[in-house]
Design a protein around this ligand. Sequence first.
Ligand code: UDP
Length: 332
Amino acid sequence: MTRNVLVVGGAGFIGSHTVLELMEQDFNPVVYDNLSSGYRDAVLTGNFVEGELEDKDRLVETILKFDISSVIHFAALIEAGESVLEPLRFYRNNVASTVSLLEAMQSAGLNRLVFSSTAAVYGNQSSDQLLHESLAMSPVNPYGRTKAAVEALLQDVADSSALKTVALRYFNAGGADSQARLGERHDPETHLIPLVLQTAAGRREQFSIFGDDYPTTDGTCIRDYVHVTDLAKGHIAALKHLFSLDDDDGFYQPINLGTGKGFSVREVIEAVRKVTGEDFEVGVSDRRPGDPAQLVSDPGRAREILRWQPERSSLYTIIEDAWRYMRRPAPG
Ligand code: UDP
């Protein structure tokens, strides 16, 4: 087996950090991305192929050309709010394209895949306990349903073939590379931490909380924030786990990547005020459709199976790294 890994969607936020981490751990990443939301200059190392997931021939050709041994699949649309308005686009991009990738992997004889899933597959659960992988998936928006559909697909394919796959259910990714070489560059930005930081930097007049009437301690939604570099390390741990498994058997397992600790939107805003030393205006608007009140991981399985534990995921470190990236000097 080679250490050449195809990183589909490797030009995006979590993908590009994982590419750096792969290199650190002596793997050779080959990024395959259509640059619909990623950036060519975010791929700091390894080979790069611009291509569509729907283009099976191109995928097979790339897998063979670079003697690829395994795949990490990040490529997806991720905005829950948008998915409510454009479900077809989400199902095509997130589900149909994964079918295409799996078919290409099968034709090329590859059977190890790490898949980017999400805490959104849990949706609103009946109690506010930590979310364990054994809970039934119950997503509350089309984005979460596309990821749950892919997980069901992976389970079915693993049951009927030698596909070995881990679905990493990320909680809320944040932060940036500690040297500020990479960071979050969504356009338009919709995520909490970068939006609050942009407000602290004076780039937005005010920050708006989407609803403060949730059944939580302060009425705002609670999320489990995890540093992107920790997430990146989780992928390499998952890849190594897949290589430790028997070649002939199929395997599918969902694994949470989170810290087990939740923060409300108001707590994140306070932490941003402390880290940046800036004060700014905060308003409250209506709830955003499709937002569960609380998503906090049970991190036990990742610890036991992957030997993975977050190292940079304190809320302050996440915000400090994201703030450093936001204030990085302009290139050139
Ligand atoms: N949020 C907010 N205002 C914003 C953006 C986000 O109040 O302008 C809230 C959002 O409702 C959710 C939390 O921040 O409760 C995290 O949202 P984000 O979009 O960052 O991640 P998600 O949990 O949707 O994956």
